[in-house]
Design a protein around this ligand. Structure first.
Ligand code: PSU
Ligand code: MN
Length: 302
């Protein structure tokens, strides 16, 4: 048996040993989701927001053949500036480790690493999902299957509005993943508060979300929970404003033949350009809000 290749920062190790709340954070959002230096600023601010809320942040990335659970500031900074970082999902995890490449973890890979480390709550921006045009491309994010398999509560602002949202949430239902809205009866749509889709479940109290995670374990149900937390009202880009931009970015992606793992980063970058940065400010605001909620859920013992 190979020993688990996990390396913890002392802060995260001590918090886990003492049973204090810990919130996992992904790294693909840093390397492939936002431009430098805003990505670094976001990563630091999100960690600070989790600390302020009384939990310990654990940003997860792969370096030198190890899964790093928690990154110190120097590691965060070098990751934020690194080129050629591998975007690591479930399929890529082992190969990235044995080749000792630097890898940024997606939602799927971050869930796997969190579960291995004993962390039960994870905050991100928006999960991957079923892409538009799936009938031609079969492009469905591995994030959906991971939610069905791995016992971590993922706090998101929904799925990114570049996706086919109705199909994404239908598919989560098929997979038996609880989709839990907070504070409203509709599923949010990342940059916007309302996707137009009714939320399958609603729990406004972080204590109940944590209790539901414990209940799933007690019932022997595998998999996680997807919490969908609407972007703060003051930061939202209403759906009527963002959707024409999304259409334009999708048309550009098709025209340029963008495929596979490159699709999501391309679209986020194009939407950033088309909105002159407003999509990025919104993205940062929603991640911060998700981090604060995740800290409260972790504090309730998810
Ligand atoms: N949330 C963000 N920005 C991002 C992501 C999430 O606000 O860039 C990343 C996550 O890592 C997610 C990935 O897992 O986008 C989805 O990629 P794909 O569609 O290729 O599965
Ligand atoms: Mn994909």
């Amino acid at each position: 048996m190979t020993d688990l290749p996990l390396s913890f920062t002392p802060e995260v190790r001590e918090a886990l040993d003492a049973g204090r709340p810990v919130v996992a954070l992904e790294s693909t959002i840093i390397t492939h989701g936002m431009p430098y230096p805003k990505n670094l600023e976001m990563a630091r601010d999100v960690e600070a927001a989790i600390r302020e809320a009384g939990a310990v942040p654990a940003t997860i990335a792969l370096m030198d053949g190890r899964i790093h659970i928690g990154l110190d500031d120097a590691a965060l900074e070098s990751l934020a500036q690194a080129q050629d970082v591998m975007k690591v999902s479930r399929a890529d995890l082992a190969a990235c480790l044995v080749t000792r490449r630097t890898g940024a973890t997606t939602v799927a890979a971050t869930m796997i690493c969190s579960a291995l480390a004993g962390i039960r709550v994870f905050a991100t921006g928006g999960i991957g999902g079923v892409h538009r045009g799936v009938e031609d491309t079969m492009d469905i994010s591995a994030d959906l299957y991971e939610l069905a398999a791995t016992p971590v509560t993922v706090v998101s602002a929904g799925a990114k509005a570049i996706l086919d949202l109705p199909r994404t949430f239908e598919y989560l239902e098929t997979l038996g993943v609880p989709v839990i809205a907070v504070g409203q009866d509709v599923i949010p749509a990342f940059w916007s508060r309302d996707s137009g889709l009714p939320a399958p479940l609603r729990l406004d109290d972080p204590a109940q979300i944590a209790e539901a995670a414990r209940m799933r374990r007690a019932l022997g149900l595998p998999g996680g929970q997807l919490v969908v937390n609407p972007i703060p009202a003051e930061a939202e880009i209403p759906r009527a404003e963002i959707m024409p931009v999304v259409e334009q970015a999708l048309a550009d992606a098709t025209a340029q033949g963008i495929a596979a793992k490159a699709v999501t980063p391309f679209l986020l970058d194009r939407i950033f350009e088309l909105t002159e940065g407003r999509s990025l400010s919104a993205n940062i605001a929603l991640v911060l809000s998700n981090a604060r909620l995740a800290a409260r859920i972790a504090a309730e013992g998810a």
